[in-house]
Every structure is written in structure tokens, then in C-alpha cells.
Design a protein. Sequence first.
Lengths: 102, 229
Amino acid sequence: MSAVWITVIALAVATAALKLVGPLVLGGRALPPRAMSVVELLAAALLAALVIVETFGDGRSLVIDERVPGVLFAAIALRRGVPVVVAVLGAAVVAALWRAVF
Amino acid sequence: MTASSLPDRTEPPKVRLRAGIHRGLPFGLAVFLIAASYGVLARPVMGTVAPIVMSIVVFSGSAQLGSLAILAAGGGAGAAIVAGILLNARYLAMGLALAPSLRGRALSRAAFAMPVVDASWAAASAGDGTFDPWYLVGVTVPQYPGWVLGTVVGVLAGSALGDPAKFGLDALFPAFFLALLFEEVRGRRKLAAAGGGAGIALALTPVAPAGLPILVAAAAAIVASRMRP
């Protein structure tokens, strides 16, 4: 089997396993209050890290390219209460224009 | 807005599912475009069929784009798999967080856990550590066909379109996560968790393998949880 298909199958199994471990092992039991207060904050921490990696990451280095003005546009638009879809698609338009011009 | 945009828990599942679908529609469009750029990039490396199958069975932008980058650079399956697992390791944390909100038999809990993707998990978070499982599934409903169809379009139209970055599609992914972050961050502790997560990601990206910075960023939630609300 080729490396491509091994990757596809292994990541399908691994992703399902990662998603299922918590719900199958913990079941519907409640987490202790201390753990619950960490869980409340997980989304904010993980999403912020994803924004950073997807905006500045390029393999193992940090770069500043046309994604930055795109994401800045999205930040300003979201701050002003612009609908999500407009802010997100606007980021792509700004990045494309930036890339075309500079 | 996260808490207030969720339907009341006493509403029947159908209503909460429908509210989730409505919420997921713009995400469906965004992931369609991200998947199309994945398809364009994947075709020369993976061929025509494998990227589409991967979108059907893996359904994860970060793992698919991350493993593709390694295969494209000539890395082997082992390195591509490790990168994909690291990039998706956050699903372990998300699953643990979601678990107490799921009731019923193992099979039904699994059925609610499998549709978890970043946007749905974040949108279904009530902000107090609990989740609305029906709403979560609803938010995923438009995203799954968007992801698979986008991949098909990208793979088929790829050579005609050229580099997806030309259309700014590389800015879609971070803007998409930023939109989710904006709705999530309410209050001092969440702001601290977000700031800490961002700082950890900035510090670790140059030194750690892809995916690890995002996973370690979860530590910011532990630190921020010790703050007073």
C-alpha cells in the first residue's frame, strides 16, 4: 500500500479514537468542579492558538505574509459586529488583493 | 453571545438541531472554500481519489492540510501520521470536555462525539463547561457536505485554478477560527486563557513539531482556571 493510503487510513482511525475516548470512557459522568473550570476555558485557549498558528505559522517558522492583513480585517470587522461570513470571506479578499498588489 | 445564541435546553431536540444547522450554514461555505484549496494542493501529491476519501473519512482540515504538507515535502507516511495525530490531539481534550454533557448508551454517545469539529464544539459550548449535543450535531450538518464537496471541486478544478493562496484562501482558516474565538471570549478568565494560548503558540511554533503548540496551549486554560472569575 502506498504512503498516501496508509496516511489516509491511519488518520481516519486515529481521529475517530481521539474523538471517542472521552465520551466512551467518561460516559455521562460529571467532571470534578476543578476540571470543569479548566474545560470552560479550553475553547478560548485552543482557538487562540489555532489563530496564531494559522496566521503566522509556516512549517516550523513564524512568517508575516498576506494572511496578516486578511486576519486583521476579519478582527476589525468582527469587532464592529459584521456577520461572520462577511468577515471571514472578507479576510480572503483582503489577502488576495494584498498578494496581488505587493 | 455564545450562551445566549444557544437555544433553551428544554426545547425539543429537533428545534435545537435546526438552530445548529442554521448557525452552521456560514461555516459550511467557509469550509467548502478551505476544502477546495485542500483539493487543489492535494491532487499533485495524493492523486484524485485519496484526497476525496480522506475528506470523507478523516473530515479534519488541520490534520489533512498538515499531513499533506509533510507528504508534499517528501516525508514518509510515519511522519505524516504523527503530524496529523498531533494536530488532532485537541479532539481528545474536546471529547473529555464534551463527555459529561452526553447521556445514554455508548453507541449514542459515540454518535454525538464523531461529528465534533472545532466550529461545532465551540458553537455548542454554553460557556459554563456544558454543551448542547443536538446543537453541536446541527452545526456540523452543513460543514460535512461542504468539506467533501469542496474537496471534490478542488481536486477536479485544481489545475485550472492554480495556487489557492492567489485567492487569499490561506487567510480563510485563521479568520474562521478568529470568528469562533470572538464569540467564545467573554470575561477575564477566558481572555487570559486566550492570551496565554496565543503566547504559547507563538513561543513554541519555531521549536516544536506542528500540532504540539496547539496542544500545549491547553495549559493556558489550566493556569487561567486558577484566576478569580
